[in-house]
Design a binder for this molecule. Structure first.
Ligand code: NG1
Length: 404
């Protein structure tokens, strides 16, 4: 491959995502149903031959970062944004991609940060795409809808492979996360939700019916995964593993457990006897949420908004009562949206703050947004929310590199 002239400018673009249903199921090996959204993280870069990564940002709290690809990549202090870029580089190196050339550029974007919309994974994926581009490694799509071949010609990675590598890589930042965010970011398809399966990773686009709208509303409480919410998240991941080991009667995974038990009630009765109350509540969330995702996929395929909405409401109650990751603000947003006519609403992402998502029809988007503005935001802000706090998200295309 001929080295690229270093003055070429490229743009790596990676979208955030909104998870429609299937929360805290990915790291338990059960499917999720997110959309990639029309908000993204962008790295505008040139290729440099000295093996350095140098990035800055117009946001003052993100100080310019620099590290060297030719030396072992160590983590910076906890909470330092460079860790997401380091994670991408380290993940690629550990996967055997030789990174000799570096990048220099600027990171911008409009995915609200620490809001459960995966700005972190978007940064990780954008960094990976930029580094792969700089080093002449192709990334091919796998979705027929995108019209890409399943595997790249020549040296390269498939999108699925990259999503799996980046899911592992992001754990470098300390969250024992599943693979939803990186897969959604890399596989977004305009107008489609994505059913993502795990072990092995697979993505199936599912068309969102005409007229369905997704209103995203921030609780104004940051869900800072690099900090406090991280421990609460990791504790739950551990509790789910413990609950499976003690309550599943020998099934090695939640998927095996569900496949072997048609009778959900019987399974839960057995688990209630075998588990402590806390572990039982975690277990019940995972198992019932897995079931709701399957029903929600049927509902979206059938164009049945009411059924999908009811499943979202069930998901939120389970996250609030059994998984204990909701907050008073998220509960209030859900209640206001439902009262104003949303078909369904729930917290989206990990919880502990962040955003809620409401499913609306064409004619209910405006009343739902007005009700949230008047009853949730006005008392807190003394005025209307910004377009980062409340917006209608469009199911959008996946991460890519442009320019040159
Ligand atoms: P958020 O915090 O919403 O970006 C996290 C995990 C997901 C998934 C959700 C909960 C990462 C990068 N993200 O997402 O994998 O487990 O929580 O459903 O680990």
């Amino acid at each position: 491959m001929t080295p690229r002239p270093t003055e070429d400018r490229w743009r790596a673009i990676a979208p955030g995502r909104v998870n429609l249903i299937g929360e805290h199921t990915d790291y338990n090996g059960l499917p999720v149903l997110p959309i990639a959204i029309d908000r993204d993280v962008r790295i505008e870069f040139t290729v440099v031959d000295d093996g350095a990564v140098r990035l800055d940002s117009p946001v003052p709290r993100f100080a310019p970062l620099e590290f060297q690809l030719k030396r072992p990549i160590e983590a910076a202090d906890q909470g330092d944004w460079s860790n997401y870029v380091r994670a991408a580089a380290r993940g690629l190196s550990e996967h055997g991609v030789e990174l000799r050339r570096g990048i220099e550029g600027t990171v911008t974007g409009d995915v609200p940060i620490a809001s459960g919309l995966s700005s972190s994974s978007a940064l990780v994926v954008a960094s990976a795409l930029a580094l792969l581009k700089a080093n002449g490694v192709a990334v091919a799509g796998v979705s027929e809808l995108e019209g890409h071949p399943a595997a790249p010609a020549g040296p390269g990675l498939s999108r699925l492979e990259l999503a799996a590598v980046m899911a592992r890589a992001e754990r470098f930042v300390g969250l024992q996360g599943g693979g939803m965010d990186q897969a959604a970011c890399l596989h977004g398809v305009a107008g489609h939700a994505l059913r993502i399966d795990f072990d092995p990773l697979g993505v199936t686009p599912v068309a969102v019916p005409e007229g369905w709208r997704w209103v995203v509303a921030s609780s104004l409480v940051r869900a800072e995964k690099a900090a406090g919410a991280r421990d609460a998240y990791n504790v739950r991941a551990r509790q789910c593993r413990e609950a499976l080991a003690l309550g599943a009667g020998g099934a090695p995974t939640y998927r095996d457990l569900i496949a072997a038990n048609d009778d959900l009630d019987g399974l839960l009765q057995h688990a209630r006897r075998a588990l402590t109350p806390v572990l039982f509540r975690r277990f019940r969330h995972v198992v019932t949420e897995g079931h709701r995702v399957a029903l929600a996929e049927d509902a979206i395929r059938d164009g049945d908004m009411e059924r999908f909405g009811d499943l979202m409401v069930g998901s939120h109650s389970s996250l609030r009562d059994d998984y204990e990751v909701s907050t008073a603000e998220l509960d209030e947003i859900v209640a206001i949206a439902l009262e104003a006519g949303a078909a369904g609403a729930r917290l989206t992402g990990a919880g502990f703050g962040g955003c809620a998502v409401a499913l609306c029809g064409r004619s209910t988007v405006a009343p739902v947004m007005e009700a949230l503005a008047a009853r949730f935001y006005a008392p807190r802000l003394g005025g209307p929310p910004t377009r980062d706090m409340m917006f209608a998200a469009q199911p959008s295309g996946g991460a890519r590199v442009e320019g040159g």
